[in-house]
Design a protein around this ligand. Structure first.
Ligand code: SF4
Ligand code: SF4
Length: 69
């Protein structure tokens, strides 16, 4: 079980879509798990996301690493 609930409300707050590393589909990777795409790491916006603060996250690149545990 990850730290972030997989809810539509949390999906709506995810800012992955504006990220330079965004894999063109999906989001809320901290809850849903990593992308099926290969991630070119060009920066990660997670630290600016309201979910990041509210759920006490500390890492980045959840699209590549998977669920925040
Ligand atoms: S912490 Fe990152 S992956 Fe999780 S909702 Fe925010 S921007 Fe998306
Ligand atoms: S998890 Fe981080 S690196 Fe991946 S798309 Fe979201 S903000 Fe960008």
């Amino acid at each position: 079980m990850g730290k972030v609930p997989d809810t539509s409300g949390n999906m709506a707050r995810c800012i992955c879509g504006g990220c330079p590393s965004y894999p063109a589909e999906g989001g809320l990777f901290c809850a849903k798990g990593k992308s099926a795409k290969d991630i070119a790491k060009r920066g990660c916006l997670c630290g600016d996301c309201p979910n990041y603060k509210d759920f006490g996250l500390a890492d980045s690149y959840y699209c590549a690493a998977g669920v925040a545990g």
